[in-house]
Design a protein around this ligand. Structure first.
Ligand code: NCD
Length: 302
């Protein structure tokens, strides 16, 4: 049985197959509308979510399957002190596949070790978020015609942003990638990410000013400052306004530079940028459903 904890669980070949399938589904969704008849997805979300949970649910419903689950820890038996290991044992007999989000790093991994059904990490604390990465890769792949030989700037909260960690992990395996890591000093990528980039001889630089990076990027991946991972409000408020991408800054960017964002946006991209054809974050969220459909099919062996 295959689980998905990090993008590294999938080979580049498997990623390519998933994206091909997602493109197939996107081109002709009705061809897949009964692919999961009789199957049940459980969404176990111990932490807030809009896109990830609903796009998983939408993906399963669009495949003809059904969905059960909970959207916050307080409405589950976690509130009574049940462990994720016990919860997943039970869910294993109620559903065929489970997407789990948890504020604790590694909780979905613990669950997967006790599970009788495939478990998908839908975000674990500040650690990893592999299905957001699938969404990001699929968006880049379909809009740029492939992945490779690109400079990608990741901007914002690179310390706590799990989508950033997963995306870097996935992209280093493609040829000709280089990274510009744009963050304030306090929110730089964790050292395990930096060490991995150095060990794999991947070109990267760490800068503080977005303006300096913009002209040389093929892709800008914006992120919000992860409020819920800060120990005190003051630090968050100081960091929150650090980057604001607006129309004026966009004049520094190339004509083909894509702006991605895992969303939710707080204030880091001003709404006036939404109409810029380079802003593809809403399309990216839409594409997240197709790639999750492809993933569900793969993990169910369909
Ligand atoms: C991201 C997450 O939960 O890590 N959101 C999402 O799943 N699209 C990004 C974020 O919350 O900032």
């Amino acid at each position: 049985m295959q689980h998905l904890m990090s993008p590294m669980d999938l080979s580049v070949e498997e990623l390519e197959e998933l994206m091909e399938r997602a493109a197939d589904i996107e081109a002709d969704p009705s061809a897949y509308s009964h692919a999961c008849d009789g199957k049940i997805l459980a969404t176990c979300f111990y932490e807030p979510s809009t896109r990830t949970r609903l796009s998983f649910e939408s993906a399963m419903l669009r495949l003809g399957g059904q969905v059960i689950g909970f959207a916050d820890a307080d409405s589950s038996s976690a509130a009574k002190g049940e462990s994720v290991s016990d919860t997943i044992r039970i869910i294993s007999s109620y559903a065929d596949i489970c997407a789990m989000r948890h504020p604790k790093e590694g909780a979905p991994l613990v669950a997967s070790s006790r599970s009788l059904i495939p478990v998908i990490n839908a975000g674990d604390g500040g650690h990893q978020h592999p299905t957001q990465t699938l969404t990001d890769l699929y968006t880049i792949h379909s809009l740029k015609g492939g992945i490779g030989n690109m400079t990608i700037g990741l901007c914002g909260d690179l310390k706590f942003g799990r989508t950033v960690h997963s995306l870097i992990n996935a992209l280093v395996r493609y040829p000709g990638m280089s990274f510009v890591l744009i963050s304030p000093e306090e929110l730089r990528v964790p050292s395990y990410i930096r060490d991995m980039l150095i060990a794999s001889s991947i070109p990267f630089s760490e800068v503080e000013k977005l303006e300096d990076a913009l002209p040389r990027l093929d892709i800008l991946y914006m992120t919000r400052v992860q409020k819920e991972r800060f120990f005190n409000e003051e630090d968050y408020l100081r960091m929150k306004g650090f980057y604001i991408l607006d129309k004026e800054k966009m004049t520094l960017a190339g004509e083909d530079m894509l702006i991605l964002h895992p969303l939710p946006r707080v204030n880091e991209i001003s709404v006036e940028v939404d109409d810029d054809p380079r802003a593809v974050y809403f399309l990216q969220a839409k594409k997240g459903v197709f790639i999750r459909q492809a993933l569900i099919l793969k993990l169910l062996g369909l």
